[in-house]
Design a binder for this molecule. Sequence first.
Ligand code: ATP
Ligand code: MG
Length: 492
Amino acid sequence: MNAGATKQHLSRWTSAVWNVIGAVNIRAKILGIVLGLVALMGVAATIEVRLLLEQTLTNQTYERSVAVARDVAARATDLVLMRDYYELFRLLRDTQANNPDLRYAFVIDSDGTIIAHTFGSGFPVGLRDANTVTAHEHHRSVLLTTDEGDVWDTAVPIFDGRAGIARVGLSLVAREQTIAAVTGQLLITTIMAAAMGITAAALLTWILTRPILQLVELAKAVANGDFSQRARRWANDEIGALTDAFNTMSEALAQVERERAEREQMRSQYVTQIITAQEEERKRIARELHDSTSQALTSLLVGLRSLADRHRSPELKQQVEDLRGIVGHVLNDLHTLARQLRPSVLDDLGLAAAIQRYVADCRTRSGLTIDLAMPGLNNERLDSALETALYRIVQEALTNVIRHAHATTASVVIERRTDRVRAIIEDDGCGFDPASLSGDGHLGLNGIRERAALLNGHLIIESAPGHGTTLYVEFPLPAPPEERYEQHSVGR
Ligand SMILES: Nc1ncnc2c1ncn2[C@@H]1O[C@H](COP(=O)(O)OP(=O)(O)OP(=O)(O)O)[C@@H](O)[C@H]1O
Ligand SMILES: [Mg+2]
C-alpha cells in the first residue's frame, strides 16, 4: 500500500511538472534545454578545473618550497658555521630575488635565535614558532594562513640540525590569481558556447516550428471549411511526412465537400422543380376551376333561374330556389378553393394584397383574432419566387395555428428592410417542442425550411409547450442598384 501511495505521489508530481513544461511553446523548450545544458556543463567544467588547478598548484608550490628550503639549508651550512651573517643575509636576498613568490626566508641558529631574515623592519611575531623541524627529519612543511594569503612554510634542518634551521615561505597568491584567470576564461567560453547554442537552437526551432505553425494555420482554415489550401513540404523528414498526410487529408475532405455540394445542388434543383411543378399544377387546377367548373356552375345558375321563371308552381319555384342556393354555395366554396390554390391576386396585385386577403379569409374561417402588419412592404413588388415563397409560408404557418395551436390570437408581421425581408408568425396557443419534430409525416415546417433555404433564407422556430409559437423566416434581398453602382465606383 505504501508503494502504491509513493507511486501515486510520483505520478501526481510528474503530471504537475509536465503541466508546466507542456504549457510553454517548442521554442522555449528547446532554448531552455540548450541553455540548461550549456550552463550545467560550463559550471561543472569550471568547478572541476578549479579543483584540479588548486590541487596541482598547491602541490607544485609545496614541492618548490621544499626545494628552495633545502637549497638554502645546504648553502647556508658553511656561512652559519663561520658566523658570516652578512653572506647569509645576501644568500637569503638572492634566493628571494630568484623566486618572486618567495614571501620570506630566515635562518634560526641552534639556540633558536634568528640570525638572518628577509623582513626589512620587524620580524613577525609568532612566525618563528609556526613551524619547526627535528634534527632527524628531512623537512617539515605547513600551510600558514596570513593576511596576504596562504603560504607554504618549509623548515629544513641545517647540518642535521646542529647549525640550526632554514625556513622559507612560498606564497600561494599566484595560485589564486591563476585560478581566477582560468575561471574567468572558462566563463567567457561558457557564455560564448551559450550564445552559439541559443543561435543554433533558435535556427533549429525556426526550422522545426515553421512548418508546424503553417500546418496549424491550415488546420484552422480546414476547420473553417476552406479545403483548398495545401501545406508546402519543407523537408524529407517526419514533418515532411506529416505535411503529406495533411495534404492528403485536405484533398480527401475537399473531394467529400465537392460531392456534398453536388448532391446538395442536385437536391435543391429537385426541390425547386417539385415546388415549381406544384405551383404550376395549382395554377392549372385553379384556372380549370375558375374557367371551366365555375363557368358550368354559373350556367347552371342561369338555367335554374330561367326554369323557375318559366314555371308557375310555387312548389317547383321553391325547389329551384333551394337548388340555386346550393349551387351558389358550391360556387363560393370553389372560389375560396381556387384562391387558396393559387390566388390570382398574388400575380396581379402582389404579396401585400394577397396576404391581406388570405388573413381575412382565415379570420372568417377560424374566428381567430389575427393581427397583420407589413412595415416597409407598401405596394412594391418583390421577386416573384420570393413572393410565392412568403405567401406559402404564411399560408402554412396560419394553417398550423388553426389546426394545432388552439390559440385565441395570432399575428403576422412581414417586415421589409433594404437588405432583407422577414416574416414573423406568432400565436398564443399550446406550443410544442421543435426538437421533437421528426421529418416523417410533417411536411409543413420542413417545407417552410426548404423554401427558405432555396432562396438563401432561413427559418427559426421558437416554441415550447404551453408558451405559444413564433416562426421567424428571413430572406436576404439583393442590394439596390444605386448602392451597387456606388460600390462599383469606389472599387475603381
Ligand atoms: N403553431 C403551432 N402550435 C402548436 N403546434 C404546432 C404549431 N405548428 C406546428 N405544430 C406542431 O408541429 C407539428 C409539425 O407541423 P407541420 O406543419 O410540419 O406538420 P403537420 O401540420 O402535422 O402536417 P402537414 O404536413 O400537413 O403540415 C404539428 O403536427 C404540430 O404538432
Ligand atoms: Mg402543417
